[in-house]
Each structure stands twice: as structure tokens, then as C-alpha cells.
Design a protein around this ligand. Structure first.
Ligand code: NAP
Length: 331
């Protein structure tokens, strides 16, 4: 089968189209013919992990070491990128009961990756579900990563109807989905991103948008019940006056200092810091499928590239030429 393979860390040039063997189906797995996949933050990081310094990694030092060992210190252990997909089930293992050949599915592969290929095998009990009926493969391929992360993060932030949330990093993979899910919960949403992406975030339903290069949201006098910082570019010290008395400062990316703030606020403050990893639950996919089918969650695709041009898709994101999702299509 065709796949985009990389055997060394580096620029998008390391991504090469190759013929590799089709994966062998295990008895608890489904074999999916990949129709579309996306390029997201995880793909870019995994491609250049060996050249990434600790400061460029948005997590504490111990996680940098663990991740670097897991990905491969000098050379990547995983050779095919792509953490989310939409496609058709082509075959199922002997013990599979939830899916059958012909089912259209969408899935999150997480750190195992592998969707930049014609076929992938995944366990039926993994993060895989029937594709939203009203979405194309291209659209559904851009849902799983954001859906899994955003649903879990907003649950951990205990967001409720009528509350005010600020999402710092609202135009990215996680933020774009968090904006939409927060709206379905009934929250008032302020999205923070760069100027070229303000319209994109508004079109996702944000009530207010802030351009981070022109306005510091921590200094405008507005307060929120929940501040979700996706990249961890702010700090609790700067944000605490922007939180309501029982407000939560929720970090999807954090360094050791934020972990200290989490412990300190747990003991001594009504305002809390939460540093957390999202739970990868299929329930999040099922919820977002339901919301998509009800027209409450959408995917805006900016650019499509055929599998052969996966490197171009990576370049497009790195040059910040996109204002929505970048999809790799595959027949
Ligand atoms: N906790 C977890 O379980 C978990 C799981 C997965 C990923 N993560 C973390 O999530 C992050 C990736 O999130 P993502 O996939 O959404 O990334 P992404 O698609 O690259 O989006 C990044 C977002 O941050 C915004 N941004 C960039 N610079 C900013 C600044 N100085 N101030 C405010 N916003 C800024 C970007 O806005 P513009 O593009 O408009 O500039 C964009 O909205 C990584 O740090 C990763 O480690 C955490």
C-alpha cells in the first residue's frame, strides 16, 4: 500500500511516498481504508521531535524525556504520521462485533499514528465510531483530535450553561472544537487568537474574539469562570485577576511552575489551577457525532492535499497559510 514514511526527524522534506506492506489484521481489530486524514499539532511535533528543545516542548521536563524516549531519541520509532482519520471499514477481525465491512468510520489513533497511509488497523474498542452521516470524509477526518481533547478538557473545567469561558488558542485544533462545544453547553465564549484567524473563530460561534498581538486579555478588566489556555502561553499570576471568585484556570500545556500553582491553589485559594491531560474516550467522539448531526458542530476546511503531497500540507501549516483545517485526501 501507499504511505507517507519518515525515517529521520526534520523538515517536511523527510516525508516520502513509499510502498509498504498492508497491516495484518488482528482478531479484535478493524482494517480501515483511509479516505482522509488531517495534519495537526501532533504530526508537526512528531516529525521534528529529535530537533525539539525542551523549551519548545510545552510540557514539563520529565514528560519531554518520556516522550522523546517513546518517539525515538535520534530516529523516529513510528514511521507513518497521522493521528486522526475518516474512512471505510474493509475487513474485521474474528472477535469484532461493533463494526462490519462497509461501515464509514472516523477515528483518533493518538500517539500510535499511522493514518498517512492507504490502510490502518485499529482495535474496535479504540477511539473509533461511525462517521457523522451529514459530514464528508474530509470533514469527519478533522473532528477526532479536537473532539477528544476539547470534550475532556471542558469536562475537567466543569463548564456549565451561563458561565463565561475564555479560550486562549481558539483557532487551533483543540480550541476550534472547544469554542463550539462550549457554545453547545450554553456558555458565553471569548476566543483569543491571531488577527488573520479572528473571523474563523467568530464563524465557529465565539461571542467575542481577541487578537493576542493587540490586546492582553489579562488587562482588559473582564472576568471569566473558566480560562482554558491551550498552549499555556499565559500564567496563573497574570490570569488570576481575570477569574471570577471560584474561577478555574485550565491548562492543556504546562510547565513545572503551573504544577506548583495547581497544588498551591488546591490548598489555599478559591480560584483553582488545573493542569491536565485529556482522557481519550470514544464517548467524546460519539457526543461530537451527535452534535455534528444536529448541526451544532462544524468543520471548516481550508486546504486539501492528496496523500502524495503530505509534505506540502505540513509546509502550509508551518507557514501559517491556513485559517481552518488542512486535510490529506486519499481517493
Ligand atoms: N493536555 C492534553 O491532554 C493535550 C493533548 C494534546 C495536545 N496538548 C497540547 O495542546 C497544544 C496544541 O494544541 P492545538 O493542537 O490546538 O495547537 P494548534 O492547532 O497549533 O493551535 C495553537 C493555538 O494557539 C494559538 N496561539 C499561538 N500563539 C499564541 C499566543 N502567543 N497566545 C495565545 N494563543 C496563541 C494559535 O493561534 P493562531 O494560530 O491564530 O496564532 C492557535 O489558536 C500543545 O501544546 C500540546 O502539548 C495537550
Amino acid at each position: 500500500m501507499k504511505a507517507i514514511v519518515f525515517t529521520e526527524y526534520g523538515s517536511p522534506d523527510v516525508l516520502k511516498l513509499k510502498e509498504i506492506s498492508k497491516p495484518n489484521l488482528k482478531e479484535n481489530e478493524i482494517l480501515v481504508r483511509v479516505r482522509a486524514t488531517s495534519v495537526n499539532y501532533g504530526d508537526l511535533i512528531a516529525r521534528k521531535f529529535g530537533h525539539l528543545t525542551f523549551t519548545e516542548f510545552n510540557m514539563p521536563a520529565f514528560l519531554y524525556l518520556v516522550s522523546r524516549l517513546a518517539f525515538g531519541w535520534n530516529k523516529p520509532k513510528i514511521n507513518v504520521l497521522g493521528s486522526e482519520l475518516a474512512g471505510d471499514v474493509e475487513a474485521v477481525g474474528r472477535l469484532v462485533t461493533k463494526f462490519k465491512p462497509g461501515d464509514a468510520v472516523f477515528a483518533y489513533l493518538g500517539m500510535n499514528m499511522g493514518a498517512n497511509a492507504e490502510y490502518v488497523c485499529l482495535p474496535e474498542n479504540g477511539s473509533v465510531a461511525i462517521k457523522p452521516a451529514n459530514m464528508s470524509y474530509d470533514e469527519a477526518a478533522a473532528l477526532p483530535y479536537g473532539a477528544i481533547m476539547a470534550v475532556s478538557l471542558l469536562q475537567k473545567g466543569k463548564l456549565k450553561s451561563g458561565q463565561k469561558i475564555l479560550i486562549n488558542g481558539a483557532s487551533g485544533g483543540i480550541g476550534a472544537m472547544a469554542v463550539q462545544i462550549a457554545k453547545t453547553i450554553g456558555a458565553e465564549v471569548t476566543g483569543v487568537c491571531s488577527a488573520p484567524r479572528l473571523e474563523y473563530v467568530k464563524s465557529l460561534g465565539a461571542d467575542k474574539v481577541i487578537d493576542y498581538s493587540h490586546e492582553d486579555f489579562t488587562k482588559n478588566g473582564k472576568t471569566y469562570d473558566l480560562i482554558l489556555d491551550v498552549l499555556g502561553r499565559s500564567s496563573f499570576a497574570r490570569c488570576k485577576n481575570s477569574l471570577n471568585p471560584d474561577g478555574i484556570y485550565l491548562l492543556a500545556s504546562f510547565k513545572s511552575r503551573a504544577l506548583f500553582d495547581m497544588v498551591w491553589t488546591a490548598l489555599f485559594s478559591r480560584k483553582k489551577v488545573i493542569c491536565t491531560m485529556a482522557d481519550e474516550k470514544v464517548d467524546s467522539l460519539l457526543l461530537v457525532k451527535e452534535l455534528a448531526e444536529a448541526g451544532k458542530v462544524k468543520v471548516l476546511i481550508d486546504k486539501r492535499f492528496p496523500l502524495e503531497q503530505a509534505a506540502e500540507a505540513h509546509r502550509c501549516i508551518e507557514k501559517r497559510q491556513n485559517q481552518g483545517n488542512v486535510i490529506i485526501t486519499n481517493g
